[in-house]
Design a protein around this ligand. Structure first.
Ligand code: ADP
Ligand code: MG
Length: 374
């Protein structure tokens, strides 16, 4: 059932906006350690249609949830965490009101092509698209970086997912086909185009994660503890010269530090390889990042490792790695130019046969926003 805004609310929307999901090329779990990241927007977006109301009531509908077909409601000023998708909307009005912006109620219809819980940041694309819609509807004086920071607050302060700033920054300012090289400590960024000769591919493993779940939180706490024991503000402040000292920390803290420090170095090396068009080097960095996530940071799962191994065995693949927070989600691969569609299809087929999962393929440079499911 695809009820239109008119079907749901009896009139047309006033505001129609969207924001994309993202694929992170490299730099995983570095954002909450003040480090470097390299995400890229994907063509898949979250679309918002919205109309203001005279009263304080918010009425919301999403085509992408189990509540399909049902309008959920709350009152502005009475945001109350319920542990469901409405929390993202309640979080948005909560952080806007807390920052002193005045709103009235509104009606909203949400549709998204970004798969939920697949490491492609559906939640930030929802936060940012709704913030954009409210900025437009209520003429809020917010720039794109402020939108991203508010998006992060939605998840950290309201939803209870202690995420870093990468996802909302990517949803708010990244472009398709261009990597966003972002320093999460001071939010300085630079756009780095992908070199010719490479087709990026994303394969969603079909294993969904949940970021507000314990594991992500545990990794964050481990990083904070390690930074405290090593006497630095953030793990970003360490270099490879500090690793012998870090490796003396009680396990697994030493391994967690090693991942963050080497991953930061890999982001810098990847930016350099993108600039020089060194595709074999990019591939080596991708596999090294994956191994670090698997062994040192322990955020991979067997299905994701299988996808990466299928990449390793494929002559047309330069490199592959888990993308996003992990514990499921998606793999990003770099294939030889012109082979992306065929490579993705054969790897997804082998993966489906061996794992019994239902993968989905996404080509992040394609102009169409459709996901192809097998
Ligand atoms: P990711 O951001 O990697 O996709 P998260 O666990 O951070 O995964 O966010 C997924 C959650 O965000 C969903 O469970 C849902 O609550 C919310 N969400 C994302 N997109 C939508 C949408 N289009 N409609 C309703 N809720 C959504
Ligand atoms: Mg998310």
């Amino acid at each position: 059932m695809t009820s239109s805004f008119q079907d749901l609310y009896g009139h047309l929307p006033e505001t129609v906006v969207q924001a994309p999901g993202r694929v992170n090329l490299i730099g995983e779990h570095t954002d909450y350690n003040g480090g470097f990241v390299l995400p890229m927007a994907i063509p898949q977006q979250t679309h918002i249609e919205l109309r203001k109301r005279q009263d304080q009531r918010v009425r919301a509908f999403s085509l992408n949830t189990d509540h399909r077909g049902e309008i959920l409601e709350y009152e502005l000023g009475h945001e109350d965490r319920r542990k469901g998708w409405l929390d993202y909307l309640q979080g948005v009005t909560y952080v806007l009101r807390r920052a002193g912006h005045s709103l009235t109620g509104f009606e909203v219809r949400i549709t998204s092509e970004v798969p939920l819980g697949s490491g492609l940041s559906s939640s930030a694309s929802l936060d940012v698209s709704l913030l954009r819609a409210l900025r437009q509807a209520f003429s809020l004086p917010l720039d794109d970086v402020q939108i991203a920071l508010l998006g992060q607050q939605v998840e950290v302060d309201f939803v209870g997912a202690p995420v870093g700033v990468m996802d909302p920054m990517a949803a708010s300012i990244a472009g398709v086909g261009v990597a966003l090289f972002l320093d999460t400590r001071d939010l300085r960024f630079e756009r780095v185009p992908l070199p010719p000769g490479v087709d990026p591919i994303v394969i969603n493993s079909g294993v969904a994660h949940n970021h507000s779940a314990g594991d992500y939180r545990v990794r964050r706490a481990e990083c904070e503890r390690a930074a405290e024991l090593l006497g630095v503000k953030q793990l970003r402040d360490l270099t490879e010269a500090d690793l012998p000292r870090a490796e003396k920390l009680p396990d697994p803290l030493g391994r967690r530090v090693r991942h963050i420090v080497t991953e930061n170095a890999r982001v810098l090396a990847t930016v350099e390889a993108l600039r020089t068009g060194d595709l074999p080097k990019l591939g080596t960095l991708f596999y090294a990042s994956h191994d670090s996530q698997r062994l040192d940071y322990e955020v991979s799962v067997p299905e994701i490792d299988l996808l990466v191994d299928l990449g390793r065995a494929d002559p047309d693949v330069y490199g592959a790695r888990l993308t996003g927070g992990g514990f499921g989600g998606s793999v990003v691969m770099l294939a030889r130019e012109g082979t992306g569609v065929a490579v993705a299809a054969r790897i997804a087929k082998r993966y489906a046969d061996q794992s019994g999962q239902r993968p989905a393929i996404l080509l992040p440079q394609a102009s169409s926003g459709t996901l192809s499911s097998r």
